[in-house]
Design a protein around this ligand. Structure first.
Ligand SMILES: *Cc1c(COP(=O)(O)O)cnc(C)c1O
Ligand SMILES: *[C@@H]1O[C@H](CO)[C@@H](O)[C@H](O)[C@H]1NC(C)=O
Ligand SMILES: *[C@@H]1O[C@H](CO)[C@@H](O)[C@H](O)[C@H]1NC(C)=O
Length: 417
């Protein structure tokens, strides 16, 4: 019986034959759950142009880095790659912060790392909500037992310094959360003066830059941002699973003053700082890092360094402007009215009247091999979201998506109102 099973595993048969063998082996086996047929077929991954709000396409160079042979998570070569990632994040964030590293997880994981470490039960947090990301930050902060106050703005709008100051005066929070690139609405939040304002009111500034990093200017140190995080799969064009984060000296002091340990061991910045060589102590095992994701992130950051941040910002801005103009030219409307408030990485287009957004996204997927997305949170049913990020922010893609949209407007069914 064992021999038969082994033969089934090792014999170089086509999957169809393999299935037959597996089934015959089952007849005499103790196993009640047979080998799943779908796993005996080859992995299927079609070519697709990813122009949604993330992930974006992964260029060959980054794919190749992720496919390299594994090394141990404490091997000096891996620690070296981690140091290189740290330098790359310091460049991308424009910061000298020592406490800079990549969280082993997606953007949400970095959001949790920021909030889990900054907040303790009873601390007051003010969360600026103009889309889904503020809603989620408020949810996470409440789970931690923080006193959460919400500062609301309608989707499609950003917060002014006056809005923020009112909230700071009224609620005296320890932390302000705000989203730089609000990818559910397509809004770019101005950061100028925010850090200084927060500090004048004894508050730390926490900024979500998952959708904006590399696409819109951020100067963590000059803008006095205390905690900044991003993700790997948007402008950086790496697979999801490792998320840049950095803490200012002020934020680090708050961590040191905590009365209780952060509720997550996995996301404890004290442990992570040590593993990432940020605390001057010998590095200790904390968890087995996603080493291949680190290889990919390293290459994503290297490509950004080679291109140059300013060129990257400019490219996203000009290609986005071109897309916005094209959208208006084909008779569609943009969700964010004020031009300077448009996020250069993700553009929100109003769903044209009489159409169902799902028909349009499905049409692009089926007929153009292209992903764009519908709305999220407050914009569900109202917008289409088009992302031009990193290597996909190109004039060719602007043309492609505009042609595909026109095609969809012609072919998708339109209800008569
Ligand atoms: C995509 C995104 C996230 C979440 O990132 P995941 O990698 O999906 O966890 C958080 N914030 C913003 C602004 C985003 O655009
Ligand atoms: C989008 O990214 C993929 C992966 O790098 C690349 O192959 C493709 O050419 C890009 N699209 C365009 C037209 O820029
Ligand atoms: C769009 O990005 C490409 C790089 O892919 C760049 O060469 C081009 O100048 C940008 N387009 C515009 C209109 O600036």
């Amino acid at each position: 019986m064992l021999a038969a099973a082994q033969a089934a595993c090792t014999a170089p048969l086509l999957w169809a034959q393999l299935l037959g063998t597996a089934h015959r082996a089952m007849a005499t086996s103790l196993l009640r759950v047979p080998p799943p047929e779908e796993l005996l077929r080859p992995l299927a991954v079609p070519e697709r142009l990813l122009l949604g709000p993330g992930p974006s396409n992964v260029p060959r160079r980054i794919q190749a880095a992720g496919a390299r042979q594994l090394l141990g998570h404490m091997h000096p070569e891996v620690l070296q790659v981690m140091d290189e990632i740290k330098a790359g994040i310091q460049y991308a964030f424009q910061t000298q912060n020592q406490l800079t590293l990549a969280i082993s997880g997606s953007g949400h994981c970095a959001m949790e790392a920021a909030l889990f470490n900054l907040l303790e039960r009873g601390d007051t947090a003010l969360v600026a909500i103009n889309g889904i990301w503020g809603q989620r930050a408020a949810d996470i902060a409440r789970r931690l037992g923080a006193n959460v106050y919400e500062l609301l703005k309608s989707p499609g709008k950003y917060f002014t310094l006056q809005d923020i100051e009112q909230g700071l005066v009224q609620h005296k929070p320890l932390v302000l959360f705000i989203t730089h690139g609000e990818s559910s609405t397509g809004v770019l939040q101005p950061l100028e003066g925010l850090g200084e304002l927060c500090h004048r009111h004894g508050c730390l500034l926490l900024v979500d830059a998952v959708a904006s990093l590399g696409g819109a200017p951020i100067f963590m140190d000059q803008q006095e941002i205390d905690v900044l995080y991003s993700g790997s799969q948007k402008v950086l064009n790496a697979p999801p699973g490792s998320a840049p984060i950095s803490f200012s000296e002020r934020a680090r002091e708050k961590l040191l003053k905590r009365k209780t340990k952060p509720p997550s061991f996995y996301l404890d910045m004290g442990w992570l700082a040590n593993y990432w060589g940020c605390d001057g102590e010998p590095r200790r095992y904390h968890h087995t890092a996603p080493i291949n994701s680190f290889f990919s992130l390293r290459e994503g950051l290297a490509m950004l360094a080679e291109l140059g941040l300013e060129t990257s910002w400019e490219r996203h801005q000009t290609n986005c402007t071109q897309l916005c103009q094209g959208v208006l030219d084909i008779g569609l409307e943009l969700f964010v009215e004020e031009e300077k408030a448009r996020l250069p990485t993700i553009t929100t287009v109003r769903v044209p009247e009489g159409y169902n957004w799902k028909d349009i996204t499905a049409f692009l997927m089926d007929n153009h091999g292209m992903e764009i997305a519908g709305g999220l949170g407050p914009t569900v049913g109202k917008v289409l979201r088009i992302g031009l990020m990193g290597c996909n922010s190109s004039s060719a893609n602007v043309e492609r998506v505009l042609r595909a949209l026109q095609d969809a407007l012609r072919c998708c069914q339109r209800s008569r109102l």
